[in-house]
Ligand binder design. Structure first.
Ligand SMILES: [Zn+2]
Length: 392
């Protein structure tokens, strides 16, 4: 994954920098140590292994032995979703089939803050064309797809515009423009909602009725599946666990509150705490603190213990409140391993006192960075289970 990031960083966002990422490359990248914990490519691509396992001799149909009917279309566009995941530093465009398989994908590197939205939109539509072509679909037939799922960071999902933090995209009406261009409905999710939908549909939360998904990154965000259905909330913002208070005397939070989980355990807070408590590298970001902790650096270990216990505390509160089956931790810090997960388990054990909540059930995400794209497809293809509350 590091190699891909190096290849993709430093681009200005032009189509010439875009590249089609084959399913094999995506699978290989996901198997590697993606910071989000990697992905089981079999689970993502082989459809439903449980269904395969359930098949018995009685189910066997001799016709099946003849192999697939080659006269059938390989891909039915009506059961595919176009997904567009906009994050600081990159945009992922992909076509996702009905079982969550990424059929084709393209990554556009950093769309700079100075890039005009119209130019960025042109770049985006060029990527869409390439992704459709790679799947054997003509762009003029795009309206035969099931829909478009957009994931955008820094988004107020109740606003008509799609925000893209730190760029001219903030006020660009991406949903409406995509809907007009392709004649499709467009759903919009936050990265946390998309990760949660993806992990519940095809990842670590699969088959569970009640799940909290938490994205551990620069900030902390989350989303909920309750009784098998994505919880939208009154304003589309259910699940913001990053702004639940874990320490009333803690540091101020960007939201205006104090002692929020994000202000104690977000990536920015981790870097800041290490820096102000004698960390050996004043420029270390959260990833560097994690690496230092793995080497046994005492300040880094103490930093992650403080952060992890706070995460465990907040998660225990959510499980106690909502009687959850599973909590799936995704995002860049979810691949930190035991230096973060052991303190999370300790914090959880301390604060999940009631019997029903006490068994540990906090697990890392399974789909890695593809989780958001799978979740965006879930919002389109399984809209009854993964409503976003909004579509154009
Ligand atoms: Zn806050």
């Amino acid at each position: 994954m590091a190699i891909m990031r190096e290849e993709l960083s430093g681009g200005s966002g032009g189509a010439e920098h875009a590249q089609v990422v084959s399913a094999a490359v995506l699978a290989a990248a996901a198997r590697g140590e993606d910071e989000s914990g990697g992905v089981d490519p079999l689970l993502l691509r082989a459809g439903d292994p449980e269904a395969t396992a359930r098949m018995t001799a009685a189910d066997f149909d001799p016709e099946d032995a003849l192999g697939p009917d080659v006269s059938e279309p390989v891909l039915d566009p009506a059961h595919c979703a176009l997904t567009i995941s906009v994050e600081p530093g990159r945009i992922d465009v992909s076509l996702v089939a009905r079982r969550g398989e990424l059929v084709s994908a393209q990554r556009i590197p950093a769309v700079g803050a100075d890039m005009q939205p119209e130019r960025a939109f042109d770049t985006l539509t060029e990527s869409v064309t390439a992704v459709l072509h790679a799947a054997g679909i003509e762009p003029e037939d795009a309206d035969t797809l099931a829909g478009i799922g957009v994931v955008a960071a820094g988004t107020d999902v109740a606003a008509p515009a799609t925000a893209y933090r730190g760029s001219g995209w903030r006020s660009f009406p991406l949903r409406e423009r995509l809907s007009d261009r392709y004649g499709l409905s467009v759903t919009l999710q936050s990265p946390a909602a998309a990760m949660t939908a993806g992990e519940h549909w095809r990842g670590a939360g699969r088959g569970r009725r009640n799940m909290l998904g938490v994205v551990l990154g620069h900030g902390i965000d989350g989303a909920l599946v309750i009784d098998g259905r994505m919880m939208v909330g009154t304003t589309g913002n259910a699940g913001h666990i990053g702004h639940v208070c874990v320490d009333p005397y803690g540091p101020p939070c960007a939201c205006g509150g104090r002692g929020c989980l994000q202000a104690v355990a977000g990536g920015a807070a981790i870097a800041e705490w290490a820096r102000t408590h004698g960390g050996s590298d004043p420029a270390a970001d959260a990833r560097a603190v994690t690496e230092a902790a793995r080497r046994g650096d005492p300040v880094a270990l103490a930093t992650l213990r403080r952060a992890g216990e706070a995460i465990g505390q907040a998660v225990a509160g959510a499980v106690t409140l909502l009687d959850l089956d599973v909590v799936v931790l995704g995002g860049p810090l979810a691949g930190a391993g035991s230096v973060l997960f052991d303190p999370i388990a300790d914090g959880y054990a301390r604060f999940a006192a009631l019997n029903y909540a006490s068994p540990a059930r906090v697990v890392p995400a399974l789909l890695g960075r593809e989780g958001a794209q799978v979740g965006a497809a879930a919002a389109v293809l399984e809209a009854h289970a993964y409503p976003t509350g909004l579509s154009a």
